[in-house]
Design a protein around this ligand. Structure first.
Ligand code: AMP
Length: 303
């Protein structure tokens, strides 16, 4: 099996919705991505936590066979984030963010990680993504995620990253902000011109679009009735997508289309409970069943 290297944030999250509120749950882009990817392929995790990181969360990673040789434990506090959702769960407000141990993080990859063939750079400062990538010797396929904060504050670093990766994943509003285009098609084309071979534009509960120079694919949204916490959906999407590509060890157009559907399936499960609650009860059979439903939902016969 081809392992997938994942770096990104590891957080203690506090999340409030109009109905529920939970504190200090396991979160962070790398946590969601790693657990989602682990359903497809072994994961090598690169990140940092503080001395306050609960042992139970470390055990949770272990439960998914996530390799923790690249997980640094530093003196100080784990990264913390809190956010609040309104009734429209597409709209999120960040209430507070404390980088803590991430402020001085200088990731050093364990030797066996350096030739991991597939890489997912989950959302974190692009300078850190670049630092990790520089230590991987001959990656076959690199997926990266980003967010509005980095588009606004570290655009130059992001532009340096783009020619070094194969696929950028970002959401619709970030695409518009990054490219200053109202059309997602024009925006995605612009990003392709900046370096990556593929761009995936996520549209929240409305599905996602995959663009390549001679590829366009539109993935439907799963009609969810029970959304409890959208946090981490994007990370699960990209983690599962990269995990599936690593498992298949192929990145042709058909495999990419399937990877996008597996990503959408994992994201749709993740929002059914807070933190990683739903992924903890998820089985490979559940995933296959939802994958088939995605096919059924979007298939039609031309007369
Ligand atoms: P998503 O809902 O996919 O955008 O990801 C949510 C996760 O991102 C949460 O678990 C947060 O801990 C994490 N997060 C929030 N802000 C940042 C940031 N500036 N850098 C890295 N991770 C973040």
């Amino acid at each position: 099996m081809n392992p997938l290297l994942i770096t990104g944030s590891i957080a203690l999250d506090s999340v409030k919705t109009p109905i529920e509120e939970h504190h200090d749950m396991l979160g962070g882009s790398a946590s969601y991505a790693a657990v989602a990817a682990s359903f497809f392929t072994p994961v090598n995790l690169v990140g940092i936590v503080g001395s306050d990181f609960p042992p139970a969360y470390r055990d949770l990673y272990r439960h998914y066979n996530i390799d923790l040789a690249g997980l640094e434990v530093a003196d100080g506090k784990t990264f913390r984030w809190s956010g609040e959702y309104e009734w429209d769960l597409n709209n999120r407000r960040t209430l507070s963010i404390a980088l803590n141990v991430f402020e001085t993080f200088e990731p050093k990859l364990p030797l066996p990680y350096r030739d991991t063939p597939y890489v997912f750079l989950a959302n974190i400062a692009p300078a850190l993504q670049l630092h990790v990538l520089a230590q991987v010797s001959a990656p076959r396929f690199i997926v990266a995620d980003t967010m509005d904060l980095w588009i606004e504050t570290t655009r130059d670093d992001l532009m340096t990253l783009l020619p070094k990766i194969d696929c950028l994943v970002l959401n619709d509003s970030e695409t518009r902000e990054f490219t200053r285009e109202t059309s997602l098609v024009k925006g995605a084309r612009k990003i392709l011109d900046w370096g990556p071979k593929y761009v995936v534009v996520k549209k929240g509960e409305h599905g996602c679009l995959l663009f390549g120079r001679d590829l366009f694919f539109s993935a439907p949204a799963y009609p969810l009735e029970d959304i409890h916490d959208p946090t981490g959906a994007g990370d699960c999407f990209a983690g599962a997508m990269a995990g599936y590509l690593a498992k298949e060890d192929r990145v042709d157009h058909d495999t990419l289309r399937r990877a996008v559907i597996y990503g959408s399936a994992l994201a749709s499960f993740n929002v059914e409970a807070f933190s990683l609650g739903r992924l903890q009860t998820l089985t490979p059979q559940d995933i296959e069943e939802r994958y088939r439903l995605f096919k059924q939902m979007s298939h039609f016969e031309a007369t």
